[in-house]
Each structure stands twice: as C-alpha cells, then as structure tokens.
Write a protein that binds this ligand. Structure first.
Ligand code: NAP
Length: 312
C-alpha cells in the first residue's frame, strides 16, 4: 500500500483510508474488529471516525480494535457535530472543542489524536477561536494535526490566511464528498485546496456502494446492503445509472473494474493524499485495497472525467 503526505504537512497516510461510520450503527464490535484487522493486513494506516458516528460507539470500537497498533497508524476523529442535548455539546467553540477532545481521547483509549477535524463549519464561532483552541490542544500534546470538513472554498482560504497570520495550527486537509457521481467540489473547494496546498480527502468515494456495481437499475437493492430497504429509492436515479453504465463500458475497454475507476480516478487527482472508504465486511476492504493499487493513465483519467462530467 502506497503512502502519501497530506497537503503541506509531514503526515503520511495510506492511499486508502478506512472510514468507520458503519461502526456501532450498521455493524457491531466484532464485525468492526474484523474490518480493522483486514485493513491492517492490507497495509492501511489511516483510520477515520467521528465523535458522532454510531452515537459515540465508533470511536470506542476503533480504539479497542487498534490496541497494540497505536503507533503504527494515523487515527483521525472529528468534533462539532451534535453529541448531546445541551447547547454546549455541538459546534466549534473553545468550550465544546476542549470537552469533545477529552471525550474522544477517552473513547479511543489513546492520549493523542493524529488528525482532528472540524466536522462542519460553525457559523456561530469565529474560526480564529477554533484555531487558537486547536493550537492549545497541539501544545498540550493531545492533537498532532488539524483539518476541516465540509467547508466551502472561501472558508478553507479564510482559515488558511488566519492561521498563517497567527503562525499557528492550520488545517492541513479538507474532507469533502467527492466521487464520480458527485463532483460538485471541483468548482470551489478543489481549486482553493490546490492553491494553498491543503489536501482533499474524499468521503463517499463509492457513493455508498453504488460505484461497486452491486446495485442494478430497476432491481431492488440486495438485502443487507446500505441502500436496501426503500429509504434510498429516490436517490437511485436513472441519471446515476446512466453514468455507471458509461463507466462500465469504459472500464471494459481498458480492463478496469468500476471499483478501480472509482478509487483510481480520485487517487489520480494531485490534491488527494488518500481516499476514505467504509466497509461492513473484511472482503470489501481487501477488494478496495487491491483497487487502490491501480494507477490510471492520463488518457484513462481524461476519459473517466468526460464520462462523468456534470452540468454546473
Ligand atoms: P462509501 O465509501 O462511498 O461507501 C461505503 C459502503 O459501500 C460500505 O459501507 C459498504 O456498504 C459498501 N462497500 C464498500 N466497499 C465495497 C466493496 N468492495 N464491494 C461492495 N460494497 C462495498 O461511503 P462511506 O463509508 O459512508 O464514506 C467513507 C467514510 O467517509 C466514512 O466511513 C466516514 O469515515 C467518512 N465520512 C465523512 C463525512 C463527513 O461529513 N466528513 C460524511 C460521510 C462519511 P454495505 O456493505 O453496507 O452495502
């Protein structure tokens, strides 16, 4: 498994990261441990969770599954999503951030977080307050690096310029939805990150599994899958299946699977250090790790871009 540095930082991560948002919601602790073990076996060093996933269980499952491996991996978690009823259990204020960090450290069973994300922008807290609180956590040895998630392009630039003016902790990466079925961040977020050497870490790279090919037009989603149960019926549109059909044809021409195109195209983007993929079973991790070895040619990248271009 290749490693890459994130943006303008010295933090190296595996090109495939394990997303742990299924832990404690769709899968129990034993299944989560099997997924983590398969990830370690495949050479994955990058594990992504949040204090909000599985109502807090995801951090606990991940921490226990990584016991004995803590120094060999990069553990990323997030703050700012609502984690309780009180007005102090959400957002990016210094008050909540410091409390959230202490809680995540306990849940993860570790004394430091490698990469600490602000999960969502908080319009009620000035970003300079958040950056200053992160500085303190870094100095206290509780956090190594900070990052943002779901920020608009202008918010990424604002945070970068404020951090530079303060000579303090900066956001080394931005985690955003990006896949061959959702390319909206290419308009503002990707150019902002490229200009300021901030890494872009895509989430939902498989569009919740749609880009694995296991869902078929006009057929019910296979039982037990994330999109089963009718809740996503309106989301499984003809327009998406049209794009997938074009990708499957293109893949057949080049000897690439849909999974290889979905992961390989993101890894071909210069701003992307790692692609975060979630899994419910060890075999999925193994297949995703194999796909993450593929390096698409410039011609293949251009063809995939053209086949998935979205109207702006
Ligand atoms: P995803 O990677 O697009 O989809 C993952 C799902 O696809 C799996 O749970 C699994 O679902 C299915 N799958 C994965 N590999 C497969 C394979 N090889 N063959 C068949 N099916 C496969 O979406 P995601 O896991 O939701 O997103 C990745 C990570 O990004 C999350 O875990 C989380 O850490 C992060 N995230 C961050 C935010 C944010 O706001 N910052 C938001 C969402 C996610 P089933 O087996 O259940 O069908």
């Amino acid at each position: 498994m290749d490693l890459r540095v994130i943006g303008r930082s010295g933090l190296k991560v595996s090109v495939l990261g394990l997303g742990c948002n299924n832990f404690g919601s769709r899968i129990d602790e034993a299944a989560a441990a099997a997924v983590v073990d398969a990830s370690l076996a495949a050479g994955i060093t990058f594990f992504d969770t949040s204090n909000s996933y599985g109502e807090g269980e995801s951090e606990k499952f991940l921490g226990r599954a990584l016991q004995g491996h803590r120094d060999e991996v990069v553990v990323a978690t997030k703050f700012s999503s609502r984690v309780g009823e009180s007005p102090y259990e959400v957002g990016a204020s210094r008050k909540h951030l410091v409390a959230a960090c202490e809680r995540s450290l306990r849940s993860l069973g570790t004394d430091y977080i490698d990469l600490y994300y602000q999960h969502f922008p908080d319009p009620e807290t000035p970003v300079e307050e958040t950056l200053a609180a992160l500085d303190d956590l870094v100095r206290a040895g509780k956090v190594r690096y900070a990052a943002s998630s779901n920020f608009a392009g202008w918010q990424i630039v604002e945070a970068e310029l404020l951090a530079a003016a303060r000579h303090g902790t900066r956001f080394i990466a931005s985690q955003s939805e990006w896949s061959l079925l959702e390319r909206g961040i290419e308009a503002e977020v990707v150019p902002a990150c490229a200009a300021y050497h901030v890494g872009v870490i895509p989430y939902f790279p498989l569009a919740s599994g749609l880009l694995t090919g296991k869902y078929e037009r006009g057929r019910p989603a296979p039982e037990g899958t994330r999109l089963a149960g009718g809740r996503y019926r309106d989301w499984l549109t003809d327009a998406k299946f049209d794009v997938i059909a074009r990708l499957v044809d293109l893949g057949a021409e080049h000897g690439r699977s849909l999974l290889e195109l979905a992961i390989g195209w993101l890894l071909a983007q210069p701003v992307v250090p790692s692609v975060l993929v979630g899994a419910t079973r060890p075999e999925q991790v193994t297949a995703n790790a194999r796909a993450a070895e593929v390096r698409l040619s410039a011609e293949e990248v251009a063809a995939v871009s053209a086949a998935t271009a979205q109207e702006s």
